[in-house]
Design a protein around this ligand. Structure first.
Ligand SMILES: NC(=O)c1ccc[n+]([C@@H]2O[C@H](COP(=O)([O-])OP(=O)(O)OC[C@H]3O[C@@H](n4cnc5c(N)ncnc54)[C@H](OP(=O)(O)O)[C@@H]3O)[C@@H](O)[C@H]2O)c1
Length: 337
């Protein structure tokens, strides 16, 4: 299976290392022989028609260099050209998320589909801005489109619902979908420390961004909720349809009061027909959504199975490569390439 990696950051490098480390396992257990034939970022492209050798690939991933600095790379803004012209089965779109425009990922995905290439992405932006359009384009081009890694990192909630729970109608989705806010709320509860102090420490530890607004004001959770809603509830939802409140106003006293009543305060994204909402909610301790630290959790309400919950790591290059690789194996089984 010939692959193009677009974006060579945490996930591009993490996936590259996972593919190299699991080479034998993938061949023996899945019959899958992935070949990375191109890596491209906004600075340049490295193309090798025979597939970049694993050892070289791992060394490049560990070097942390931008693509233009890799030996043998072509320099320049040649992302679309590379996606279009390099012969490949699958494009993995792994560039930064922009939930307002969807770019640059949206353009990359359209170019890939129009060049008859299957697409796997972890990028929320294109899905939030243009889910229906991309779904329709994939169908009209006859290509497969997978995005398991865009919600919940390692948690395979989308494919779980679409495949193993396919006979069910999903009626409601509830999730703790942002690791940073969950980490902050957990620490506030454990230490009785105020929000600003815990946020500052989380930023120093690299657990929160310098501009933490996307996480703590609820937009990241809302983006993931929109993706889940579109793919599992079959509602054409947009970010503007979500009523959003973040966690800035939560105090350690409120968390303690909740805990004394057997509850935790979590930033919950909830969706059903006619309602999309992100807000801090009381969750009974011991229930699946009452996860601690940076864990994520999702509960689906279903007409047959009633309720299924799944928890796990919501981010991290190795953890998220589990979902990217799952999508890749799924395409291998579907397409036989
Ligand atoms: N990290 C996680 O655990 C995780 C989990 C789930 C989903 N995601 C999502 O997956 C995506 C990738 O995450 P990441 O952590 O790997 O991000 P990252 O470390 O920022 O890597 C993004 C890569 O894309 C490159 N890039 C930026 N603009 C580009 C452009 N116009 N054309 C081509 N390449 C471009 C970046 O190059 P430069 O370094 O030169 O800017 C970098 O190589 C994001 O959308 C993120 O939200 C991440």
């Amino acid at each position: 299976m010939r692959l193009i990696l677009v974006g060579f950051g945490n996930l591009g490098r993490g996936l590259g290392i996972t593919l190299a480390e699991k080479q034998e396992f993938l061949k023996k257990r899945q019959g899958l022989v992935p070949k990375v034939v191109a890596i491209v970022d906004e600075t340049g492209a490295l193309v090798n028609d025979d597939g970049i050798p694993s050892a070289k690939f791992v060394a490049m991933a560990r070097s942390g260099k931008k693509v233009e600095k890799l030996a043998g790379a072509k320099k320049g803004e040649i992302v679309h050209d590379t996606i279009e012209k390099v012969a490949a089965d699958v494009v993995l779109e792994l560039t930064p998320t922009n939930i307002k425009t969807g770019e640059p990922g949206l353009g990359h995905i359209k170019t890939a589909m129009k060049s008859n290439k299957h697409v796997i992405t972890s990028n929320k932006g294109p899905l939030v801005v243009a889910f229906k359009e991309l779904d329709a384009l994939a169908k009209s081009q006859g290509v497969e489109f997978r995005y398991s890694a865009s919600v919940g990192g390692a948690i395979p909630v989308i494919e779980l619902a679409r495949k193993l729970l396919a006979g069910n109608e999903v009626q409601e989705i509830k999730g703790v979908l942002n690791g940073t806010t969950n980490y902050i709320l957990t620490r506030m509860g454990e230490e009785g420390a105020p929000f600003d102090m815990v946020l500052k420490e989380a930023q120093e530890l690299g657990m929160a961004e310098k501009d933490p607004s996307l996480d703590i004001d609820g937009f990241d959770t809302a983006a993931k909720l929109v993706i889940l809603t579109n793919s599992l509830l079959a509602i054409n939802a947009k970010l503007k349809d979500v009523k959003i409140a973040g966690i800035r106003k939560i105090t350690p006293e409120a968390i303690k009061l909740a805990r004394d009543a057997g509850q935790a305060i979590k930033l919950v994204g909830a969706a059903k027909k006619g309602m999309l909402e992100v807000s801090p909610k009381m969750v009974p301790l011991g229930q699946p959504l009452a996860v601690s630290g940076s864990l994520n959790a999702v509960t689906l309400k279903l007409d047959l199975a009633r309720e299924i919950s799944i928890t796990g790591f919501g981010a991290g290059p190795k953890e998220t490569s589990s979902s990217l690789l799952g999508d890749l194996i799924d395409l291998h089984r579907t397409l036989g390439c």
